[in-house]
Design a protein around this ligand. Structure first.
Ligand code: PEP
Length: 249
């Protein structure tokens, strides 16, 4: 049985004061969600405020990015140890906005993912096709490449803890959600590809989240699909009311 994960990606929103308010609101609304994992991923500068605000609840903390070295002359970067120290247990790796605007590649995704595991963080690895790729019938080819390159070389103990987020780029922040059938088709393909890489048993344990305009009114149907194990939520995670409705779908 795969425990669902509902994760909020706050992107570049919420200063420390706003973070305290949102996290406190969530704490009161989702604290009892024991059968599912709730993760919030604020910007780096708000992680400490969020960690303090969620203390005493089961809400977990995640970061939106990290670098693959422990320390050094890497101006502007954040190490996995820094994230651990501040209270993170998850880290998003390879979000499409990072691939699109900040030059992330399958190779950097792979380095970050492996470093996250060896540092005691659980990576949420994002993959997904663009609209042009979908319209060019290249969706499966793109997903397969992102998986074969992005999540290669894991040890068995790591592989089963991996979290994948399938986020069709055309559905992120656009209000256009993949239909539950489109999402399920992609999720089933992802699980099959992972089975080819790490075996059926491992693939059966890995959680695959859907991301792309998830809202309180579409979460239930998405979660009803066999291979959808949760959601990575952008816009709708920025208000306690909408995110708690998603968590309590
Ligand atoms: C995301 O940022 O990962 C995302 C899915 O955003 P949104 O829910 O706003 O589409």
């Amino acid at each position: 049985m795969r425990k669902p994960i509902l994760a909020g990606n706050w992107k570049m929103f919420k200063n420390t004061q706003e973070t305290r308010e949102l996290a406190a609101g969530l704490k009161s609304k989702v604290a009892q969600a024991g059968d599912r994992e709730v993760v919030i991923c604020p910007p780096f500068t708000s992680l400490a405020a969020a960690a303090a605000a969620i203390q005493g609840s089961s809400i977990k903390l995640g970061a939106q990015n990290m670098y693959w070295e422990d320390k050094g002359a890497f101006t502007g970067e954040i190490s996995p140890g820094m994230l651990k120290e501040i209270g993170c247990s998850y880290v998003i790796v390879g979000h499409s906005e990072r691939r699109q605007y900040f030059g992330e590649t399958d190779e950097t995704v792979n380095r970050k993912m492996k470093k996250a595991f060896s540092s005691g963080l659980l990576p949420i690895v994002c993959i997904g096709e663009t609209l042009a790729e979908r319209e060019g019938n290249a969706t499966f080819k793109v997903l397969e490449r992102q998986l074969r390159e992005g999540i290669k070389d894991l040890a068995a103990a790591e592989a089963k803890q991996l979290v994948i987020a399938y986020e069709p780029v055309w559905a992120i922040g656009t209000g256009k959600t993949a239909t539950p059938q489109q999402a399920e088709e992609a999720h089933a393909f992802i699980r099959k590809t992972i089975a080819g890489m790490y075996g059926e048993q491992m693939a059966g344990e890995i959680r695959i989240l859907y991301g792309g305009s998830v809202k309180p009114d579409n979460i239930k149907e998405l979660m009803g699909q066999a291979d959808i194990d949760g959601a990575l939520v952008g816009g709708a995670s920025l208000e306690a009311d909408s995110f708690s409705k998603i968590v309590n779908y």
